[in-house]
Design a protein around this ligand. Sequence first.
Ligand SMILES: [Zn+2]
Length: 248
Amino acid sequence: MAGRSLKTEAVVLRSMRYGEADRILHLYTADRGRVGAIAKGVRRARSRYGGRLEPFFRLRMELHEGRGELLTVTGAHTVDGHPRLRSDARALDAAARACDAVGRLFETSEPHPAVFNLLCRKLALLETQSGSLGRSSSARRGALAFRLKLMLAAGLAPQLAACASCGEREHLGGFSGAAGGVVCGACEGSSFPFGSEAYGFMTEALGRPLSEAPDASEPALGQVERAISETLEHHAHVRLMPAVGRLG
Ligand SMILES: [Zn+2]
């Protein structure tokens, strides 16, 4: 075959049926960012890929790069299939939202190994939390901590140390997505109220490992989610799904 081959680890973000027996995959790779690939013949009963070209699988892949936009899958070996995650509706939903956020925020083939590692850690964490994610607030805390770390990797972390408009360090009671961070009383124009609990969640979530997402009340988490959404809409023109679904 003409073209060249690429070996990389990848997480399957999406997997769609295509034609009689093929699948189109959206992959987030360690070496090539987000890429699209076609896997031929995978839906035949005797496919050598088995069921591993499914969302949330972490794979060691061989891909062939020809002239087309899609790479062709020529090999796939499971690194982690996250089997427990698949049996828990809440973990599955959280994994889908995490993959969706990565795919939207990092949609080019520019490599971001830190983002790949972060996604792998998130999926591994959901695997261990399967069956015990409990109320939706723990899923929401985890999802928001993950999004904040993605923003950091994208160079879009909210400014929290001083007013994002004027640099004032006191009276930071609002958040402005347009300004990209907290704002003081004099700069409140386009902001919404942002309490100390939400502020504490953001600073701690950015500084701690993903597995230690801080605690916060639902109203504070609501402010954090709004701050993240408005910042990303303004500065990345990306609209994410709600951090958690309606599983109760
Ligand atoms: Zn200000």
